[in-house]
Design a protein around this ligand. Structure first.
Ligand code: PAF
Length: 280
């Protein structure tokens, strides 16, 4: 595995991989790597792609300085993890190269109104920060594929939109959520939960299991909400949306939609989502 830090060297490595005839996959991360990230690398390797994994804790997507300071940073473990997962190139760019003009004045990619919904309500500017960094990573990495998890479903939708709107020569691949056998979706935030908190957090997957039977969108929303409340989750939002436009499903709609859930457990903000059927 090659480990590069300088952007010019990263560009050269990705070009060399393409010249050798391989499709170059980018797996962007903020480190603290876990089995969820490993599944993205495995999906890329299964398709025969050369895998570039970036680790960069992007300050522009945090609007809370405390949250940024507390974000787990485990560089040695991440390097070992990437090596074992079969990554071809690990990239750990420096802040000064990623945002040379400073985080407050740097060019911003604005994802528009969808960035202000759901996760964007409590975290203004978050998705513009995500889009700005993903755009830069894609530009440096060059054409190929981009692997993202469905866990951050709104992020996946907005990045797809950005790639489409701005004409990146990149195929976006969304990969399924990785869960513990108990149903709890993997997240680097889970380490902040006590055993009792983890039990409450399992309420997200229990709620998703409650909507396996088709019903009108408003009935599905009510089932999800009741189930989360029963589990003791302090709900931030619950919705049933179109998986492409993120528009809330109406009661006259029929088809596959996405349930989006967010809430607090022991003060830790958690999200989850899943497919469901609305209508008959
Ligand atoms: O999902 C993440 O870890 C981050 O939002 C991403 C896509 C790496 C951009 O910083």
């Amino acid at each position: 595995m090659q480990h590069v830090r300088a952007i010019a060297e990263w560009r050269r490595s990705a070009s060399a991989l393409r010249e050798s005839g391989r499709t170059v996959a980018l797996v962007p991360t903020m480190g603290a790597l876990h089995a969820g990230h490993e599944s993205l690398v495995a999906a890329a390797r299964d398709r025969g792609d050369a895998v570039v994994l970036s680790v960069f804790v992007n300050p522009r997507q945090f609007n809370d300085a405390d949250d940024l300071a507390r974000y787990p940073r485990t560089p040695e473990a991440d390097e070992e993890f990437a090596r074992r997962a079969g990554v071809d190139v690990l990239v750990t760019p420096a802040l000064a190269e990623m945002w040379p003009t400073g985080r407050a004045t740097a060019t911003t990619v604005n994802v528009g109104p969808l960035g202000e919904l759901f996760e964007g309500v409590d975290r203004p500017g978050h998705f513009n920060g995500v889009a700005s960094v993903v755009a830069k990573l894609l530009i440096v990495n060059g054409p190929g594929r981009l692997y993202l998890g469905e866990k951050d479903f709104q992020q996946l939708v907005l990045v797809r939109q950005m790639v489409h709107d701005l004409g990146f020569d990149v195929e976006v691949v969304g990969c399924p959520i990785v869960r513990e056998s108990s149903g709890l979706a993997l997240s680097s935030r889970n380490v902040r939960l006590s055993e009792a908190g983890r039990e409450v957090a399992r309420g997200f997957s229990r709620a998703l299991a409650r909507v396996s039977e088709p019903a009108a969108a408003s009935v599905q929303r009510a089932r999800l909400r009741a189930s989360l409340e029963e589990s003791g989750v302090d709900i931030a939002y619950v919705d049933v949306v179109d998986p492409t436009s993120l528009a809330s499903a109406r009661d006259d709609e029929v088809g596959e939609r996405r349930a989006l859930l967010a809430g607090y457990v022991e003060g830790v903000r958690l999200i989850d989502n899943g497919r469901l059927w609305v209508g008959r």
